[in-house]
Design a protein around this ligand. Sequence first.
Ligand SMILES: [Zn+2]
Length: 211
Amino acid sequence: MGAPGAEILRGIHLIRGRVSNIYLVETTSGALLVDAGTPEDPEGVLGYLRAMGLEVGVIFVTHAHWDHVGGLKRLRDVTGARVAAHREEAPYVRGGGTARRRFEPVDVDVEVENGTDILGLLVIHTPGHTPGSSCLLDGKKRAILVGDLVYEEGGRLYEMHHHYSRDPHMNRKSIARLLEYDFDHVLPSHGNPLLGEGKDALRRVVESFSQ
Ligand SMILES: [Zn+2]
């Protein structure tokens, strides 16, 4: 068994969760899992890890929404991985979310902030969708994992619908700031990854703000 997973770039795997994407990044210091999906997703993720023979050292949480951390407790318990999240997001991970949608609380072992290096990837704090929402930049693979900062549909990127975001205006500023970084591939949590033309697609999102 195992969830539908595939290596989409050398050393980066996409595992499709029920609702959101889970990414697995191979690093020289072990594998890094980005987000944990819904409570229904861990078995598929664990099956894929077993099939690939990969061991997860760190689970990075882009933000504490149910469809990204619902499976976190189980994945952490089984893999023994350390959980990393931005320090402004950590209280929500530990607290089991907000009243809107609850999940099993999980302790955060590593609190990160803008600029933190985690297994060779750069943490970029991109608040707006939630206070501690963060992206991960893999400079060597020229890929950026953006969580819910933007999503993909029909080959284009869009900002998250405003009613899902705590501060949509700040989210826009965070999206625009990403253009300062160097990357080709954009890996969102919802929709398909944009390989090669990711930065151009992101630039079009920013341009749409002034129209
Ligand atoms: Zn979200």
